[in-house]
Design a protein around this ligand. Structure first.
Ligand code: HEM
Length: 344
């Protein structure tokens, strides 16, 4: 048989160390599987979803309560998206905490970071598609942040919203971004990212001469582990989808009458909390961009893990990078918890 993309990703044998759950957490592979589930369930939802302000929330209710298996499909789509955010964060943390981002994997680390941003935006645009009362904060306050950008702000706002205020054009634009623009971008970036993993020599482990563990596993054993992981994740998704339905509120009647407790989607609560401190441009745009920039610079400016230390957690030589990531993670977690406090 001619070698194909599958063979490229699954060579006949690989070092056992590269496939240990306790090293990789299986997080990258889980993220790929969740993206696959998202694509399938999203395509099924498209048969019933209507992207107009009057119909959107009602069509989501129809999918949830009236279409046979519609509720299961929608809840699975919703939970795959939320799990993907957590799994992707776990993958980023494992890559930094094991020092795996170092050369020659610096470029792939940057690809991963772009993928991270694209997935967050995919989740955000999907959240807006509900067009129910629960999404008003994101739609009004979130998009108004664009206007605060000096010089280009107003033009960017009109480009995203399709007018001077949210309306029918906005929903169509978010729909197009969600399914076509960002969806396609994420598919291409994911393909490129996993192709690069192999091109860079597979998962980071010490070079053969420094390796203490020479055990190898076959392509067949690797696929067995992957299938086991997929069965486990499918079971978790089904449990979540059956017992915890995805939220859907009443349709938006008047965008100007926003409830006092309106809030951002959970993954932007940390930004919402910072916006209470003052200048929306500084706290809503500059600080998140600086956080991304610091993450992007980690492989380029901080000391890297040494060859012999690869393939395990917490290598001594990349301590500074780990401290930086712990700082950023604590900031995001504490701000999110503050935003969740009653009366905050
Ligand atoms: C949807 C998002 C993502 C997907 C689907 C994905 C997928 C994968 C897969 C399948 C692997 C190989 C298995 C593994 O290491 O667990 C991998 C490795 C890698 N990823 Fe990601 N990834 C994503 C996001 C990220 C992010 C946010 C970063 C970092 C900024 C990143 C950086 C890396 C690096 C450096 C490797 C090589 C790790 C090593 O050699 O040990 N990825 N990714």
């Amino acid at each position: 048989m001619r070698p194909n993309f599958f063979h490229h990703l699954h060579p006949p044998t690989i070092p056992a160390q590269q496939s240990r759950w306790r090293y990789t957490l299986g997080a990258g592979g889980t993220a790929v599987f969740l993206l696959f589930v998202l694509a399938i369930t999203g395509m099924l939802e498209m048969f019933y979803y209507t992207p107009t302000p009057e119909q959107a929330a009602l069509s989501v209710q129809t999918i949830s309560y009236h279409v046979p298996l519609g509720g299961l499909v929608r809840n699975t789509h919703y939970w795959s998206a939320q799990l993907l955010m957590i799994v992707m964060a776990a993958h980023l943390i494992r890559v930094v905490m094991t020092g795996a981002y170092r050369s020659p994997r610096r470029f792939n680390y940057l690809l991963g970071l772009v993928l991270f941003v694209a997935v967050v935006l995919l989740n955000f645009t999907g959240y807006i598609l509900r067009w129910d009362q629960g999404i008003q904060w994101a739609l009004v306050v979130g998009t108004n942040l664009l206007k605060t950008i000096p010089v280009a702000g107003d033009a960017l706002y009109v480009m995203l919203i399709g007018g001077s205020q949210p309306g029918p054009a906005t929903l169509i634009r978010f729909y197009a971004w969600h399914i076509f623009g960002l969806g396609l971008l994420v598919v291409i970036l994911t393909g490129w990212h996993i192709f690069r993993v192999r091109r860079d020599g597979g998962i980071a482990v010490p070079p053969p001469r420094l390796r203490e563990d020479d055990a190898r596993i076959t392509r067949f054993e690797l696929v067995q582990r992957e299938v086991l992981a997929m069965i486990l994740i499918t079971a978790i998704l089904f449990i979540l989808a059956i017992f915890f339905p995805a939220p859907i509120d009443a349709p938006i009647e008047q965008l100007t009458t926003m409830a006092n407790d309106a809030s951002a989607p959970w993954f932007f609560l940390w930004v919402q909390q910072m916006l209470k401190w003052g200048d929306p441009f500084v706290w809503g745009i500059v600080v998140p961009l600086v956080v991304m920039l610091i993450l992007a610079l980690i492989p380029y400016v901080l000391p890297q893990a040494q060859d012999a230390e690869l393939g395990r957690w917490f290598p001594k030589s990349n301590r500074l990078a780990r401290l930086v990531l712990i700082g950023i993670s604590l900031l995001v977690i504490v701000l999110t918890l503050l935003a969740l406090l009653p009366g905050s």
